[in-house]
Design a protein around this ligand. Structure first.
Ligand code: PXG
Length: 445
C-alpha cells in the first residue's frame, strides 16, 4: 500500500486506487510528484516547492495558469446552464465559439465539429474523411495513411494511424487498411538544425509509392502532425508539408493536419498550417482551445467537405456522429474566455519575438554530455540524449526526474527531453529553464 502526507493540503492520500494514465504507476507511487496549485508560469507542489512549467501542463495551458477570466466564465456558465444537448437541440455557445474559431482558422476551414479531447478529434476527422468520400460516390476510398512516430491520441483510430510502437503493440487489433509514411527524423543530416531542417523533403514522396501500390481510388486520407510533439519534437523538413499537399491534391486524397499540439499559437501563428503556409482539408485541435481548463476539442473542415454531406431530404441526419458533450456549454464558455485572452494579449503570435532567444538558449546546451541533437521551432524545443547501452529511455527519465526535483517540469519521450513553455513566457523564465536543464544534464550520467 502506498500513501503520502500532503502538507500543503494537510491530507493523507492513498495512492493505490487511481490507475494513472501513461505512468509507471509503481515507480511513481514510490516517490510521487504531486502538484497542488498553479499560477502564471509556475506550479506549486504539495510540499510547497515551486516548479516552473516547461511544458504548458501537457502542451495545453498556452496562456499560463490561474487565468481568472476562464474561472469566472466557467463558474458563471455552470450556474446559468450546466448542460444542454446539441443533438437535434442547441444553445448559443457552440455557435458563437465556432464563429470565433473560424475567424482564426486557416482560410477555407469554415466548419467546426466539437469533441472533448484530441483523441476524439482524431476519430472524428477520420470518420468524416471516410464518410465524405462515400457521400460523393467514391466509397472505395477507405485506406488511411499515417506516419511512423506520429501520435494521434489513444482511440483505436488514433493508434492505428499513429506510429509510436508502445501505444500500439499491446492491443492487437487495429483498423485495417492503414499504411504509414516514414518519419522525418534524420539525425545524420539534420542534427542541431535551428528551426526547420533542410534535408528530407523527399520523405513526402513515399506517398506516391503508396498511391502506386494501392491506387489513389482506394485511399481516403493522410493524417500527420505538422510537427510531431509526443515522439520528441520531430520537425517537418523545409518543403515537406507543401509536397504532401501537392501529392494529396493531385490524387484526390484528403489531407488532415493534427494540430492538437501545434494549434493556438505554439509555433507563432494561430495554427501551424498558417505559419508553414499549407492548408489541409481537415484539422484537429484540442488542448489550447480551453487553455487546458475544461476538456474540449474541435475539428475544422473545409466547406467542400461539409457540402458533400448536405444532400438528400432535409430531414435526414447527415453525419451519424457526435458526443453527448459536443459543444458542452461550460467547455464552450471556457474556450470563449480563452480566445479573449489570446486576442487581448496577442498570445497566438507573441512568441515570434522570443523564439530566437529560446532557440539560442536551447542550442547553448550543445556540447553537454550525451546531447546528440537539439531541435526547435516556435515555443517548442527538444534536447535529444544518447541512450544508455541496453537501457533506452532511462537517461531521459533520469533527466526528467532530476529536473522536477530541481524545480522544472519537462517531458521525456524516451531519451528526448521535450519542452513547450506557456506562451506568456519571459526571457528570465527561458534562462531559468535552460540553466536548470543544463545543470541536470551535466550531472546525469
Ligand atoms: N493528437 C496529438 C497531435 C496529440 O499530441 C492527441 C492527439 C490526443 O489528445 P488527447 O486529448 O486525447 O490526449 C495528442 C495528445 C506528451 C503528451 O507529453 C502529448 C499528448 C498527450 C499527453 C502527453 O507528449 N498529446
Amino acid at each position: 500500500m502506498n500513501s503520502i502526507y500532503a502538507p500543503a493540503s494537510q491530507q493523507d492520500l492513498s495512492l493505490d486506487e487511481f490507475w494513472m494514465p501513461f505512468t509507471a504507476n509503481r515507480q511513481f507511487k514510490d516517490r510521487p510528484r504531486l502538484l497542488e496549485s498553479a499560477e502564471g508560469m509556475y506550479y506549486t507542489d504539495v510540499e510547497g516547492r515551486q516548479v516552473i512549467d516547461g511544458t504548458s501542463g501537457l502542451w495545453c495551458c498556452n496562456a499560463g495558469h490561474g487565468r481568472k477570466e476562464i474561472a469566472e466564465a466557467v463558474s458563471k456558465q455552470i450556474s446559468k446552464m450546466d448542460f444542454a444537448p446539441t443533438f437535434q437541440m442547441g444553445h448559443p455557445l457552440p455557435f458563437q465559439l465556432a464563429e470565433r474559431l473560424v475567424e482564426l482558422a486557416p482560410d477555407g476551414l469554415n466548419r467546426v465539429f466539437f469533441t472533448n479531447s484530441g483523441s476524439e478529434s482524431v476519430d472524428t476527422a477520420l470518420k468524416i474523411a471516410l464518410a465524405y468520400h462515400r457521400a460523393r460516390g467514391e466509397g472505395t476510398r477507405t485506406r488511411l495513411i499515417g506516419r511512423e512516430l506520429g501520435y494521434h491520441g489513444v482511440g483505436f483510430g488514433g493508434i492505428s494511424v499513429g506510429g509510436m510502437v508502445n501505444n500500439r503493440k499491446a492491443f492487437g487489433v487495429q483498423l485495417p487498411g492503414v499504411d504509414h509514411l516514414p518519419h522525418t527524423l534524420d539525425l545524420e543530416r539534420n542534427a542541431f538544425t535551428r528551426g526547420l531542417p533542410k534535408h528530407g523533403v523527399e520523405y513526402a514522396d513515399h506517398l506516391e509509392r503508396l498511391v502506386n501500390l494501392h491506387g489513389a481510388e482506394n485511399i481516403a486520407a493522410v493524417i500527420v502532425e505538422p510537427m510531431s510533439g509526443s515522439a520528441g519534437v520531430i520537425l517537418p523538413p523545409q518543403g515537406y508539408l507543401k509536397r504532401l499537399r501537392e501529392i494529396t491534391e493531385k490524387h484526390g486524397i484528403l489531407l488532415i493536419f493534427d494540430e492538437v499540439i501545434t494549434g493556438f499559437g505554439r509555433v507563432g501563428s494561430p495554427f501551424a498550417s498558417q505559419r508553414w503556409e499549407v492548408t489541409p482539408d481537415i484539422m484537429t485541435t484540442a488542448k489550447g482551445l480551453t487553455n487546458g481548463a475544461i476538456p474540449m476539442g474541435a475539428v475544422f473542415a473545409s466547406d467542400k467537405i461539409q457540402d458533400a454531406f448536405m444532400h438528400g431530404p432535409d430531414g435526414i441526419i447527415e453525419l451519424f456522429h457526435g458526443y453527448t458533450y459536443s459543444g458542452h456549454p461550460v467547455a464552450a464558455a471556457a474556450a470563449l474566455a480563452t480566445l479573449d485572452i489570446y486576442a487581448r494579449d496577442g498570445l497566438l503570435t507573441r512568441i515570434r519575438d522570443l523564439e530566437v532567444y529560446w532557440q539560442e538558449g536551447l542550442h547553448s546546451l550543445k556540447g553537454l554530455p550525451n546531447v546528440i541533437d537539439i531541435r526547435n521551432t516556435g515555443m517548442v524545443g527538444a534536447v535529444h540524449l544518447a541512450s544508455r547501452d541496453g537501457a533506452p529511455g532511462r537517461r531521459g527519465y533520469d533527466v526528467f526526474e532530476g529536473c522536477f526535483w530541481s524545480g522544472l517540469m519537462v517531458r521525456n519521450s524516451g531519451d528526448i527531453i521535450a519542452m513547450a513553455p506557456p506562451l506568456i513566457v519571459e526571457k528570465s523564465h527561458i534562462d531559468q529553464i535552460i540553466n536548470t536543464l543544463g545543470d541536470v544534464i551535466r550531472r546525469t550520467p
